[in-house]
Ligand binder design. Structure first.
Ligand SMILES: NC(=O)c1ccc[n+]([C@@H]2O[C@H](COP(=O)([O-])OP(=O)(O)OC[C@H]3O[C@@H](n4cnc5c(N)ncnc54)[C@H](O)[C@@H]3O)[C@@H](O)[C@H]2O)c1
Length: 730
């Protein structure tokens, strides 16, 4: 077959020839994922180009907004469909004519592995290239771990594979990942590049045969071990980074074929493993969490060009940094010059620290600081498209601030509150435009934590909600939409965990036992170390407002032990250290308190501690779903993973509930309720309904989500992974 006219290989791959250069173009919107038909089309097109005498060189590129941005992950977990990507890659790599991948947008995962099969790569200045498989608990599985080290060196390849972060075209050029960064029309530039190769009779060896950049590690494998150890230190509990390190090690220790074999085996092992299943769940859940089922289609986000933040404290400063980081000018308003100077100094210090660690250039730091303007009068909000209030957590104060904002802000400005617990509806009622008010609950440190709970008030207008979600994404957050209740989703579940943690202390555990159970599970920190870090006085104030006591924590606060900032809390801290050390004084206090309250202390196992902390959270999650404060179980998972350190490879609390099984969880909850006399620990009605449904299904052996539309049954087990909203959406 000769390629001389615009021609379709199939619905997803097109080809045409310009002179002696053949173009093979993938056209599978939106991201040109490598579905089976794309692979088959590429195989056919490259075979035809190989056999066509009129073709001297081939350009591989993509239609639409991006190069191939990855495998089609909806194919994961299903029987493999031929042809495999590896066959496509082998065919392209074996071509005896120059092949040029022309990259725009992003070349990710299988997309980058495909580009590595070409002899040369050119890219637009804005293109990005990466192997993000690690973020799904996987690793490259079509030669990426073997070819990338050969092309750019082992150290750089390992960094890209373990971080999963894409690199911009300019650094790809410097590392040798791309051969030229081209301006103007990509197709024309790639064709010119290809014609030059033909004219100069240049033809480089395929990447698989390159060895030069492996030499360093071959002669000094200890260096690789050092690098690997540094990477793995940051990925405790995760299987994928360890597997990726082993595969990259094979690139210089073994032959190319052997390396490919090892890579494939490890990839398949990860794909079938529980961790990647959980991480894939989180990947989809994150995308769902920002969707609002009943948002009218015409609810378009408002344009946000300027922002204002009220309060330059812990949260306000971090929030202002988020806007500056995204290039959006932001004013930060304080009450006094001292507070403002302090806030601005903290922002500058944070930026300087990032720069010192090599995360930002000095110019970039200056540019971002330049986008943040301090102000002492609320009138400064008059040109802001969005205002985010982050003053003290006091209702009367917030109402006053919102009444003022109502007077001073532009008519179409979005007015957001960062409150942690307070009633967003009551705050909205302090204005004459409650439809413009929304909660935007950031997490500390706000410039780092990815979660943004977008709190939808009773009156929040659809386009205001859409704006909060949209701007959240622009500033790099994972927005999850929640309804109004005390503490919204995250803090409401945290509160339940906190109550059980305190009870465990009285019943026989020590802070380090409780924290240890959670860190073994995969949390970076347990509740007591976290309390010490955040300041125990924060929770103390919340409990006082709620009219409840926590015997141990309140006593510690009364003793002036506020945590790290006073050097003592649940633990003791040596001067200048943030490492919690068990404190005999605290142990004495706990034992005495148990005795005073007449609670018999006994040994509690790690498993029992974990169940006692986590199952009541799941129970509260079920209530949150019943009340429709969260739209879907996956939203709760996203909130706990991105806001509270739930280990991503365990998929979030509601996903975990499915793994454990709701029957076992309900039985334990009934035991906890009986032991403590706390009726709120009885299984939530939704759990009971699910279990009733489960036994009903087992008897009837047919699906019946019609009978009980709040839930469905998956794989013979009662499942909370599905809600009416998600099932409708799929
Ligand atoms: N700290 C956290 O971990 C966290 C997390 C999420 C949400 N929040 C919420 O964010 C809000 C702020 O918390 P924070 O920890 O940043 O408190 P903070 O005490 O560190 O800062 C509050 C700042 O607001 C300023 N302020 C008070 N009244 C003001 C006014 N009328 N005009 C301008 N500035 C005013 C204060 O001077 C202070 O600098 C609270 O609603 C809190 O519940 C806090």
């Amino acid at each position: 077959m000769s390629i001389d006219v615009e021609d379709s290989v199939n619905d997803f791959v097109k080809q045409h020839r310009e002179g002696s250069v053949a173009f093979i173009v993938v056209d599978n919107p939106p991201v040109n994922a490598l579905r089976a038909e794309v692979r088959a089309g590429l195989l056919d097109a490259f075979s035809a180009a190989r056999d066509d005498k009129a073709v001297a060189a081939i350009v591989l590129m993509c239609a639409g907004r991006t190069f191939v941005a990855g495998a089609d992950i909806t194919e994961f977990g299903k029987p493999p469909m031929p042809p495999p990507l590896s066959e496509v890659i082998d065919t392209i790599e074996a071509m005896d004519k120059p092949t040029v991948a022309a990259v725009h947008g992003t070349a990710l995962g299988g997309g980058l592995e495909l580009a590595l099969s070409c002899r040369y790569r050119v890219a637009t200045p804005s293109a990005k290239l990466g192997l993000p498989e690690i973020k799904l608990g996987l690793m490259p599985g079509a030669g990426g771990t073997q070819r990338l080290p050969r092309l750019i060196g082992v150290e750089k390849a390992l960094g890209m594979i373990i971080s999963g972060d894409p690199v911009p075209a300019q650094s790809a050029l410097e590392s040798g990942l791309v051969d030229e960064v081209v301006e103007g029309d990509l197709g024309a530039a790639a064709a010119a590049f290809a014609r030059k190769l033909v004219a100069e009779k240049r033809m480089r060896e395929p990447v698989r045969d390159m060895t030069e950049k492996l030499a360093e590690m071959r002669s000094n494998p200890a260096k690789f071990d050092e690098l690997a150890a540094a990477h793995l230190k940051r990925s405790r509990g995760l299987a994928a980074p360890a597997a990726a390190v082993d595969a990259v090690r094979s690139s210089f220790e073994a032959s190319f074929e052997e390396g490919l074999k090892r890579e494939r085996a490890k990839f398949l092992e990860l794909l079938a493993g529980d961790q990647s299943k959980a991480q894939r769940h989180v990947f989809f859940a994150e995308r769902e969490a920002a969707k609002v089922a009943d948002l009218p289609k015409d609810a378009k986000p408002r344009q946000i060009k300027r922002a204002a933040v009220i309060g330059a404290g812990t949260m306000g400063g971090g929030i202002a940094m988020c806007f500056a980081n995204a290039g959006i000018p932001v004013k930060i308003v304080e009450m006094s010059k001292e507070a403002l100077d302090r806030g601005l100094a903290t922002i500058a210090k944070n930026y300087r620290n990032t720069a010192a660690r090599g995360g930002l250039t000095a110019e970039e730091v200056d540019r971002r600081i330049g986008l943040i303007e301090g102000e002492l009068s609320l009138e400064a909000v008059s040109d802001a498209d969005i205002v985010i209030e982050a003053v003290f957590e006091e209702m009367e104060l917030k109402k006053r601030v919102f009444a003022d904002l109502d007077r001073l802000a532009k008519n179409d400005a979005v007015l957001a509150t960062n409150t942690s617990y307070l009633d967003v509806n009551a705050i909205a009622q302090a204005t004459n435009r409650p439809g413009s008010v929304v909660g935007m609950h950031f997490f500390s440190p706000a410039n780092v934590m990815k979660l943004l709970e977008v709190v939808r008030g009773a009156a929040t207008a659809p386009d205001v909600l859409a704006t909060a979600i949209d701007v959240g994404r622009r500033i790099g957050k994972a927005p999850a939409v929640v309804g109004v209740c005390h503490g919204f989703v995250g803090n409401r579940m945290l509160r339940v965990r906190g109550i059980e943690a305190e009870r465990l202390l009285l019943e026989g555990a020590l802070p380090q036992d409780v924290d240890g159970a959670l860190t073994s599970f995969g949390f970076p920190m347990g509740p007591f170390a976290m309390g010490d870090l955040a300041g125990l006085d924060v929770g103390w104030r919340v409990r006082k407002a709620e009219g409840r006591r926590a015997e141990i924590a309140d006593r510690l606060c009364e003793m002036g032990r506020f945590g790290q900032k006073t050097g003592k809390g649940f633990y003791v801290y040596e001067a200048g250290s943030r490492t919690p050390k068990p404190d005999p004084e605290v142990e004495r206090l706990i034992v005495e308190t148990s005795a005073r309250l007449g609670v018999k202390r006994e040994a509690i196992s790690k498993e029992d501690i974990l169940e006692r902390l986590v199952y009541p959270m799941i129970n509260e999650g079920a209530r949150i779903l019943e009340e429709k404060v969260a739209q879907r179980p996956g939203d709760i998972d996203v909130i706990w993973i991105y806001g509270y350190g739930w280990p991503v490879w365990r998929g979030g609390p509601m996903y975990y509930a499915d793994q454990v099984g709701l029957a076992a969880i309900s039985a334990r909850l009934r035991e906890f309720a009986q032991k403590t006399g706390d009726k709120t620990l009885e299984p939530a009605p939704l759990l009971a309904q699910l279990l009733a449904l489960l036994s009903w299904t087992a008897a009837a052996d047919e699906p019946h989500d019609r009978q009980l539309p709040a839930v469905t049954v998956s794989a013979g087990r009662a499942s909370m992974t599905w809600s009416p909203l998600t099932t409708r959406g799929r």
